[in-house]
Design a protein around this ligand. Structure first.
Ligand SMILES: [Zn+2]
Length: 259
């Protein structure tokens, strides 16, 4: 290490001061001197220490010392060896603090991750429960239905064993049939609706027979029917259906069959 080279404080102060000593000794010999001076050593080593900008307080303390206590290489070495030791300890403390902080941060991150995982798990359980409860609601309805049916059958059986079985059994079985039909209607609501629609569509598409009602119009005889609301529908040959808007004679536009 040359005297001009910057000093890295982590490499230790003893190594730096010894290197300065070696270099100054070499220069002194080259220049024909026996050795270097205290002043040369202190100036060179001090500039290296100050150049690190890590020992500002220590440099101030050194400069404020009475000149009698900062004149020799020995005094310099003693002061800066102690100052460096304190600095090095504080650096280690900072490093340990940094490690401690990073450990604490790691802990915080892990805690947060656990919280998030716990929240996710809670949400998953809640969703699963909700799904199960929905299923359970269906099962409960089914169980309640089965229970009701069982009760009715039991009651019916008991009634049948009694003298007045005719009324009782008929009444209970009617309740059972109603209940089952009610449950079936609930579960097959959509099917029933489509069946109703099909039935509804069927009568409209079924061609009239000679027994159907007719009405005389200026153009001719027109078959007609009413729906459940009493609305009149007229048969149209061209549409091949009962329609509320027109009949075979008043049909406008191309026939549906030829379309
Ligand atoms: Zn038509």
């Amino acid at each position: 290490m040359k005297n001009q080279a910057k000093w890295d404080p982590t490499t230790g102060i003893q190594h730096m001061m010894n290197t300065v000593q070696d270099n100054l000794r070499e220069i002194a010999i080259m220049e024909g001197d026996v050795t270097y001076t205290n002043k040369e050593f202190i100036k060179t080593a001090y500039l290296k220490i100050a150049g690190t900008h890590q020992f500002v307080k220590e440099c101030d303390t050194w400069k404020l010392k009475p000149s009698a206590e900062r004149n020799t290489e020995a005094q310099f070495r003693e002061f800066w060896t102690q100052a460096y030791k304190l600095w090095h300890n504080s650096q280690q403390s900072l490093q340990q603090l940094g490690i401690a902080n990073s450990v604490q941060n790691q802990q915080k991150i892990q805690d947060l991750e656990r919280e998030v995982a716990a929240a996710k798990e809670e949400a998953r359980i809640a969703m699963t429960l909700a799904a199960q409860q929905k299923e359970e609601a269906t099962v409960a309805t089914a169980n309640s239905t089965i229970s009701s049916i069982t009760d009715i059958i039991t009651a019916a059986t008991q009634n049948s064993q009694q003298k007045n079985k005719d009324d009782g059994v008929n009444k209970q079985f009617q309740m059972l049939i109603d209940l089952i039909q009610n449950q079936c209607n609930k579960s097959n609501n959509n099917n029933n609706q489509s069946n109703r629609f099909n039935n509804y569509a069927n009568w409209k598409l079924k061609p009239p027979t000679t027994t159907d009602q007719t009405m005389d119009t200026p153009d001719g005889k027109v078959y007609w029917k009413t729906n459940s609301n009493g609305k009149m529908y007229y048969w149209c040959d061209k549409c091949s259906r009962y329609t509320p808007s027109h009949n075979s004679y008043t049909h406008k536009g191309p026939s549906k069959k030829s379309e």
